[in-house]
Design a protein around this ligand. Structure first.
Ligand SMILES: [Zn+2]
Length: 151
């Protein structure tokens, strides 16, 4: 797409800081990082940003494999133990995975709870993984019943 900023980055019409490229995928450091070395992984072919509208299992496998290669680069380079991935795609409408190095996380898995509680009634243009108040089994079952009535 001619007006897509990521297509322009992939074609080098707009400069970027590339950290990996193959025939199909392209990875760059985000120019607006909210943590050290936040990275974007995108297909070279333009796809709209809603990953779950693509409906191509072969593409999903290739894309996740490309993302994993970048994750491995970041883990080795930054010496971080985990990388989080988000694909909400609400700012640039070209499919991309945002990779957030989880700086300071422990090498061995352990449960972690934050002291902050946050709940969104609508999307606030960012994603949070913080928990909120614990739902009751009855509340969850009511929602599950509504979902199962739709499908
Ligand atoms: Zn594009």
């Amino acid at each position: 797409m001619s007006d897509c900023i990521f297509c322009k980055i992939i074609s080098w019409e707009i400069p970027s800081t590339k950290i990996r490229e193959d025939d199909t995928f392209f990875a760059i450091l985000d120019v607006f990082p909210n943590t050290k070395w936040m990275t974007l992984v995108m297909p070279k072919t333009h796809y709209d940003s809603d990953l779950f509208e693509i409906n191509d299992n072969e593409f999903y496998a290739q894309y996740l494999s490309a993302v994993q290669k970048v994750v491995n680069i970041l883990k080795k380079w930054l010496k971080v133990n985990r990388i989080a991935m988000v694909t909400e795609g609400t700012w640039v409408n070209h499919l991309h995975a945002k990779l957030y190095p989880l700086h300071g996380i422990w090498p061995e898995w352990a449960a972690h709870e934050t002291k902050k509680e946050i709940y969104f009634n609508q999307y606030e243009w960012y994603v949070s993984t913080q928990i909120w108040a614990k739902a009751t089994p009855d509340q969850l079952q009511k929602i599950a019943d509504e979902i199962l009535n739709i499908i």
